[in-house]
Ligand binder design. Structure first.
Ligand code: AOF
Ligand code: ZN
Length: 390
């Protein structure tokens, strides 16, 4: 096992915090002495112990003289937890291997400096790209104070999100739909337009085993969400924000009584100003938003430059129809060179068993063949972005 192998272990541990540590980063740590792993831990929950202290507490023997592998630079500030550098120095760790620096201005480089000043040998940049990528949300949020926005949609291979009649259940298979719930767990909030609430009356919860519900945000410029919708009816159990341009307090009251938070957002061309909405959500500590908007909201989001990532579930199906909607509506861009480019694109096949077909041969031996459906999950980061509203 070398430095990279141990850092990989620390990365795997860090991922266990996914969905529970926001808006903190996911961090993992492994402690190695004389070629043996003697402790490990990760940041499990927002506000609770940092990875380093959990790893130190788990040690099966004295960590004095050991090496600690940690995916993020150890902190040196007093937040909800005391500084990790103090715990590392007290434990007598002699070498610290760091994945990537902490962009938090309270830490940024200072944590590593303190360790070095106190005679600890520090090795930096081990699996740095992987460690940064793991916390792309944290890096974005701490630097911009706006949530990391992921635009998600499911479409057919001919680019339709519904048939010409408006029917959309279902485009993708169960496997793809289950995968969506891992993303609802992963990101802090989910955002949809009031059109989706009126059409589908969705719950927008996370139905993944052991998962955590995202905060639900409905963009509802004129406050048209029905009081008897599932969203409003479950607002006491699942945090729910109605973002609206409607300022009349008496119209807010019934929603607030039902447990919803009303967030008044300035309007722009009859729609909510999404950049200001993101600023307001950021002020509430919401570090990430999974945008499951309809075509109109998706276009507004792209146009206002708030989208960092696109996730497309693509079914091997064709709907056809000029009137059938595609994922991004609005006017669209006039020339191909104006289009939004994606970078770091990955493609993941999501296989589903459609049917078990029993085949009987003449010798009467039965075998079962599996008929597979494959949807594709495509993810890419938004590369170029033009603010067309300004
Ligand atoms: C670490 N190890 O496991 C984590 C770190 O309020 P606090 O005390 O939880 O501090 C949160 C900040 O600490 C967070 O913004 C980030 O800079 C760092 N997170 N640091 O050494 C950890 N989760
Ligand atoms: Zn810390």
């Amino acid at each position: 096992m070398n430095d990279f192998d141990y850092m990989k272990l620390a990365l795997e541990l860090a991922k266990k915090g996914c969905g529970f540590v926001s808006p903190n980063p996911m961090v993992g740590a492994v402690i190695v002495k004389d070629g043996r792993m003697i402790g490990s831990g990760y940041h499990e929950k927002y506000g609770s112990y940092h990875a380093e202290r959990n790893a130190l507490a788990s040690c099966t023997e004295s960590p004095a003289g050991a090496t600690m592998y940690v995916t993020l630079e150890p902190c040196c500030h007093h937040g909800k937890q005391p500084p990790c550098v103090d715990a590392i120095l007290e434990a007598g760790i002699s070498r610290v291997v760091v994945g990537c620096g902490d962009p938090n201005p309270l830490v940024a480089g200072k944590g590593i400096n303190i360790l070095r000043k106190n005679g600890v040998l520090v090795t930096e940049h081990v699996l740095e790209e992987e460690c940064r990528k793991l916390n792309e949300v944290f890096f974005h949020f701490i630097q911009t104070k706006h949530p990391y926005v992921v635009m998600k949609y499911a479409m057919t291979l001919d680019g339709k999100i519904a048939t010409y009649t408006g029917a959309s259940k279902w485009i993708t298979s169960e496997t793809a739909r289950a995968h969506v719930h891992t993303q609802r767990h992963r990101y802090r909030a989910i955002m949809a337009g009031v059109g989706t609430v009126l059409a589908d009356n969705p719950l927008l919860t996370c139905r993944m085993e052991g998962g955590r519900n995202p905060i639900r945000i409905i963009c509802d410029t004129r406050l048209r969400t029905p009081l008897d919708s599932q969203i409003v009816q479950t607002a006491r159990e699942v945090p729910t924000i109605l973002a609206t341009g409607c300022e009349e307090k008496e119209n807010h009251l019934p929603f607030e009584k039902a447990g919803c938070q009303i967030l008044v957002v300035p309007q722009e061309n009859g729609h909510l100003n999404l950049s200001i909405l993101m600023q307001l959500l950021g002020e509430q500590g919401i570090d990430s938003v999974l945008l499951e908007g309809g075509a109109t909201l998706n276009w507004s989001a792209l146009q206002s430059g708030i989208v960092q990532k696109v996730q497309a579930y693509i079914a091997p199906k064709l709907f056809g129809g000029e009137q059938a909607k595609s994922p991004i509506g609005g006017l669209g861009f006039p020339t191909p060179s104006d289009g939004v480019l994606l970078k770091n694109v990955t493609v993941q096949p999501l296989k589903t068993t459609k049917n078990d077909v029993s085949v009987t041969f003449s010798n009467s031996a039965q075998i079962t063949e599996t008929d597979l459906l494959t949807d594709f999950f495509i993810e890419g980061e938004v590369d170029n972005h033009v603010h067309r509203n300004h």
